[in-house]
Design a protein around this ligand. Structure first.
Ligand code: ZN
Length: 640
């Protein structure tokens, strides 16, 4: 773990304009800086960076955050990686808190493996481009297969010579530890002698998220009997197969921009598509998808499009990962590459534009794709076929949200075609299933009745909408906590102590992220730490820092709303913080009371027992009087 004092040193040096400006072009506009958003495609800049607040915000796509979240988002770094990157940039020496001897040992091993891998990559690349053997055997082969030099360079491809100990000798001469060399999988040991593991092969370095090399894939050149087509690095401290997506380092920004990740099988598929300008692509390495790989994809995008080679074996292998992908909440689409081609050969054959068009037009939903598989299985068996119809109608009927209507119609049309049944018949079946489900739900739900009209003071519906529609007052409360927490509330309590006590008693904050911030605030206060806005802005838990960034925007919104409802000028904030804290607390209490009145009302509608009725009416009256008391208090707070 990086020590707190190191983190503080890094944070004190961060210049958001310098960091963000290093990735995108920023222009000064008033107090802020403006640029083209790196997270969505735009022609007029709406990406704003505020040096004073140390945050950025895009008014096009809504992405916002601080320097660290920018690095995490843009470079796909982890929190720790982002800190390390900043430390290197600002020459801050990283001091780590105590780690166990095992953990230290493990990190040393990892560091050494990275160094050897880096050395090996340079060696293999040199062999490919600067030796006669590499040029005649390997470089010519790559060029024959249509790979351009800039792409070969970008992916740092290499060549391992045919001499059986060429690399081993070089590595030993560099005084690398033999034990570690063996661990990289680059060499093996035969009777005390180190020999190369890869001979006469094309070398594909495999990069992690930050571009460091964690291992290699070595592909045979041409066809050879009895030799595996690929040899990969064995599992070690760095190379953990289930977590690797080949090409993810080169694809990360394109995936972000396209909001889609294409998944292919092989290394050469990834490289060929890059060369064609299609960069949002990664490879699974031919195995079925693992949960770790899916989570990695989900870090970049919610949309996964899997490109299958035409052969049936490939389809079945990849299908195994699909349930997992759906469980991870990914929107999965499937495309079959036609004519027994793979993405590599197909993009060469048809070109970029046609390839993209083919993908767009042939993306299939999991439902339709599985329908095809089910149908193939059913064959001509009409009993089996009717089960398929029923299953598909069930699935389609479950998408009965308004926004899914068009999709649903599409499904019905396409499924009817595949099933070779009448479209209107399938339509009727789906509608029947929807009706059945709706009527079942209606029996369960009791429609709430509006509360009885009374002469008591009551907040207007308009105001009520303010309470229930969004979490603006919950946010405002947290904002007060940050801004005024240290100021006195009365002779004995600080504002923070008062808010936290009221929060406990009334349980008025329901948003889990805001609740979390309150809890952390309390914890820091108890530990004698000072819970400042900045500490929250750079909190390791991204849900906390994101929420706090969101808080900086709510001022304007809330002031205009108050003005609309009460037709008054809103008091200035710093001068009148007590009034502000009080009014926010009252707003939240009123909202709570409103909710309790509604709930009581629902019970009133159902009650059969007379004594219970009396109790409920009493509760109603009590809540109503609390409500009018709070409304009066609110009036005096706001109008005084
Ligand atoms: Zn944007």
């Amino acid at each position: 773990m990086i020590s707190q004092s190191t983190i503080q040193q890094i944070l004190s040096r961060i210049d958001i304009i310098e960091i963000v400006g290093g990735f995108i072009k920023l222009k000064k506009r008033g107090a802020n800086y403006l640029g083209l958003c790196p997270f969505h495609n735009e022609k007029t800049p709406s990406f704003t960076v505020s040096p004073s607040k140390e945050i950025y915000k895009c008014f096009g796509c809504g992405k916002s955050g601080n320097t660290i979240s920018f690095l995490m988002e843009h470079e796909k770094y982890s929190y720790t990686d982002a800190l390390k990157w900043l430390a290197a940039k600002y020459n801050v020496e990283i001091e780590e808190t105590y780690a166990s001897p095992e953990a230290l040992q493990q990190r040393q091993t990892s560091d050494s493996l990275f160094i050897i891998n880096g050395f090996a990559q340079k060696y293999f690349t040199q062999q490919l481009t600067e030796t006669e053997e590499g040029q005649t055997i390997a470089l010519s082969y790559l060029k024959e297969r249509g790979f351009r030099e800039d792409i070969i360079q970008k992916f740092q491809l290499g060549y391992s010579p045919s001499q059986k100990d060429a690399f081993s000798k070089e590595a030993v001469q560099q005084q690398f530890n033999p034990e570690l060399l063996l661990k990289t999988g680059l060499v093996t040991e035969r009777q005390g002698i180190l020999l190369d593991n890869y001979r006469e092969r094309i070398i594909f370095p495999i990069h992690n998220q930050t571009g460091k090399i964690i291992g290699f894939g070595a592909r045979i050149i041409g066809k050879k009997e009895h030799a595996p087509k690929y040899i990969n690095t064995p599992e070690n401290d760095l190379y953990i197969k289930s977590r690797i997506l080949y090409g993810s380092y080169f694809a990360r920004q394109a995936i972000d921009k396209n909001d889609e990740c294409l998944l292919v099988e092989g290394y050469t598929d990834v490289i060929a598509l890059h060369q064609a300008g299609i960069e949002h692509v990664v490879a699974s390495g031919g195995t079925s998808l693992t949960p770790d790989q899916l989570r990695l994809i989900k870090k970049y995008t919610g949309n996964l499009t899997i490109l299958y080679d035409g052969d049936a074996a490939g389809v079945k292998a990849a299908m195994r990962g699909l349930d997992l992908a759906l469980e991870e909440g990914l929107n999965v689409k499937l495309v079959l590459i036609p004519d027994n081609e793979d993405p590599d050969s197909y993009v060469h054959k048809v070109g970029t534009a046609a390839f993209i068009q083919f993908i767009q037009q042939n993306k299939k939903d999991v439902i339709l794709f599985q329908l095809e598989v089910l149908l193939k299985d059913a064959g001509d068996d009409s009993a089996k076929k009717s089960v398929v119809v029923q299953t598909i109608a069930e699935s389609i009927s479950r998408m009965n949200k308004v926004e899914d209507f068009t999709r649903q119609q599409d499904y019905i049309r396409q499924s009817a075609q595949l099933l070779r049944i009448d479209e209107s018949g399938l339509h009727a079946l789906v509608n029947k299933l929807i009706r059945e489900r709706v009527s079942k739900q209606e029996q369960k739900v009791n429609t709430p009745v509006p509360p009885p009209k009374t002469n008591e003071t009551s907040v207007t519906d308009e105001t009520l909408a303010l309470f229930t529609k969004d979490e603006i007052h919950e946010k405002e409360l947290i904002r007060c906590l940050m801004d005024f927490g240290n100021l006195p509330w009365d002779e004995t309590l600080s504002v923070a102590q008062h808010i936290l006590a009221e929060g406990d008693e009334w349980d008025m904050v329901s948003n889990p992220d805001l609740k979390k911030i309150m809890n952390v605030y309390k914890q820091w206060l108890d530990e004698g730490l000072e819970p400042t806005m900045k500490n929250f802005l750079f909190h390791e838990d991204s849900s906390i820092s994101q929420t706090v960034v969101g808080l900086t925007e709510i001022r304007h919104e809330i002031s205009t709303k108050w003005k609309e409802v009460y037709d008054i000028d809103v008091i200035t904030r710093e001068q009148q913080y007590l009034a502000e804290v009080q009014s926010v607390l009252i707003f939240l209490k009123l909202r709570k009371i409103k909710g309790m009145i509604d709930e009581n009302q629902r019970e009133l509608e159902q009650v059969k027992d007379a004594s219970q009725l009396t109790l409920l009416i009493k509760t109603h009256q009590h809540l109503k009087s609390l409500e009018s008391q709070l409304t009066r208090e609110l009036g005096t707070v706001i109008l005084k």
